[in-house]
Design a protein around this ligand. Structure first.
Ligand SMILES: CC(C)(COP(=O)(O)OP(=O)(O)OC[C@H]1O[C@@H](n2cnc3c(N)ncnc32)[C@H](O)[C@@H]1OP(=O)(O)O)[C@@H](O)C(=O)NCCC(=O)NCCS
Length: 185
């Protein structure tokens, strides 16, 4: 399989934030942005893979600033990493107020997508051709996140199975919760 450059699948989606996207506070719903991120991740991953892709996991969704109705949101997506059948698409989201000329960076998130064949089985994706030092940095950063996620998952599974409620309940002392009267653990 020939490697494809990052530039082959780089995708930008720009959308106007219309009033029906607003929540009760008048700002744009986080779910609208998540849906747009999923769309652009799909477009980018499918272009690289040349196959239908599905979303497997999402990292780093922290909305730093609210997005207002009337702003133009642009989602810039590129393949950061490829495994055998999976790809990580990095997405930078910016919101622009064209009237006052302001641009804010709302978040950068990472979508892991898997390519599927006609029988819905994960299928191999082309290697990634790294053409710039940014391409190399993003690939290495994605490898690091994968490694950290794997060790965190192992630690968390272990912590969950090992945690005995009656031994751990003292830890709730400083938290903002109360145990109901008569609760038996
Ligand atoms: C993702 C899915 C294909 C994995 O199937 P599987 O039988 O576990 O396949 P594999 O173990 O071979 O994993 C396939 C790839 O997914 C990666 N993967 C699986 N789970 C993952 C996770 N939680 N996070 C990141 N990558 C993951 C594996 O590392 C592997 O990558 P690689 O081939 O590059 O090494 C399967 O769980 C699936 O179809 N899930 C539903 C996805 C979907 O429908 N999304 C839309 C939600 S509405």
């Amino acid at each position: 399989m020939n490697a494809k450059p990052v530039s082959h699948s780089r995708t930008t989606l720009t959308e106007l934030m219309i009033p029906s996207y607003a929540n009760f506070g008048g700002r744009v719903h986080g779910g609208i942005l998540l849906s747009l991120m999923d769309k652009v991740a799909y477009a980018c991953a499918a272009k690289h893979a040349g196959q239908y892709c599905v979303t497997v996991s999402v990292d780093g969704v922290n909305f730093r600033q609210p997005v207002e109705v009337g702003e133009l949101v642009s989602l810039m997506a590129s393949v950061n990493y490829v495994g055998r059948t999976s790809l990580v698409v990095g997405i930078k989201v910016i919101a622009e107020n064209v009237k006052i000329g302001s641009v804010k960076h709302t978040n950068t998130s990472y979508f892991t997508m898997v390519a599927k064949d006609d029988h819905e089985k994960p299928t191999e994706v082309p290697p990634l051709l790294l053409e710039t030092s940014d391409d190399v940095r993003r690939f290495l950063e994605a490898m690091k996140r994968k490694e950290l996620r794997a060790s965190f998952a192992a630690y968390f599974d272990n912590a969950k199975t090992k945690m005995l409620l009656d031994e751990s309940v003292d830890k709730l002392g400083n938290e903002r919760c109360e145990l109901a009267d008569g609760l038996e653990l």
